[in-house]
Write a protein that binds this ligand. Sequence first.
Ligand SMILES: O=C(O)CCCC[C@@H]1SC[C@@H]2NC(=O)N[C@@H]21
Length: 168
Amino acid sequence: MAMCLAVISVSAYIAFPLPFTPAMVVASTAAMCFTAFILTPKQTFMTLVAYLILGGVAGLPILPGGTGGLGRLFGPTGGFYFAFVVAYTMVSYFKGNVVSLKRYSLISIIISLPITYIGGLISMMLVLNIGLEAAIVQAVLPFIPGDVVKCILGAFIGVRVNRALGSE
Ligand SMILES: O=C(O)CCCC[C@@H]1SC[C@@H]2NC(=O)N[C@@H]21
């Protein structure tokens, strides 16, 4: 768990802003993805809650772009953070016992992306006071291709680690 938390925190420094949205493109979702495949659902939940407490409440600079603080959790992109906890705990729950790149990739794309986007949509609509269409443009559409790639990357690492640990 500590190792996954460390990787998620370090990967948060691989992030860059886009001019038309407050949400950054982040690498940490790939790290959360393989966390879900390596750990149990309970461990995944605890790792992500610890990440939000350390980055959001304690203000350590481990949220995307080396940021931290409650302002991130309750700002326009805050919904993404809360959604991460639900999304990746569910990915871990539904990963099953078969270690397969195809299965892991599909599970992460089908489960994590919609939940994450719903969280981001809600916070953007509430905090920025914008409509659903504008929120979709800022919270969902620009991220889909990269997020699919990150799901596959997270699945790939999850498969390799699980096979190395002999968990199949
Ligand atoms: O910028 C932030 O403070 C929030 C980080 C969350 C960014 C979301 S996660 C889903 C989508 N994919 C990305 O690469 N960025 C957004």
